[in-house]
Design a protein. Sequence first.
Length: 170
Amino acid sequence: MSLSDEARQKIQEIAARYPRRISATIPALYVAQAEYGGWLPKEAMVEVAEELDVPPSHVFGVATFYTLFYKEPVGKHVVQLCTNLACMLCGAETLQQHLERKFNIKINGSIRDGTTADGTFTVLPVECLAACGGAPCMIVDTEYYENLTIEKVDKILTQIATQPTVFFKP
Ligand code: FES
């Protein structure tokens, strides 16, 4: 697989917004991640480097620094469950345990451990999502969900399971 002409054009459009092409690395990686079905194999990073005309080592460095870029295949939908202080005080641990039992996964930060056997979800623990007023909360794909309960989480994930993935596109 390689980047489509459309994705390459999008990266070029994004690069043109910046005085220095290297500044477009993060949005270009988002374009590539969506194109590759939600994660970034090495060839995708190399292609981004080629499109931006920057060293591959720079692109690898950015992609491996930010946790929102996935370096191995993820499920159809990525669930970012906040496990920081406010959310934990408001029940995130119960949600975490519930999802681990429900999906037979481990929410420990490992993509492999956090992915359901059918590949529908990858659930990852994340630090504060900056929505503490709505704790406990999660992001599924690109959407925030707040004031969660076990019942709400079950309802949301049941609805989302059959929907197409929504990728962040800069
Ligand atoms: S602690 Fe969860 S959003 Fe801030």
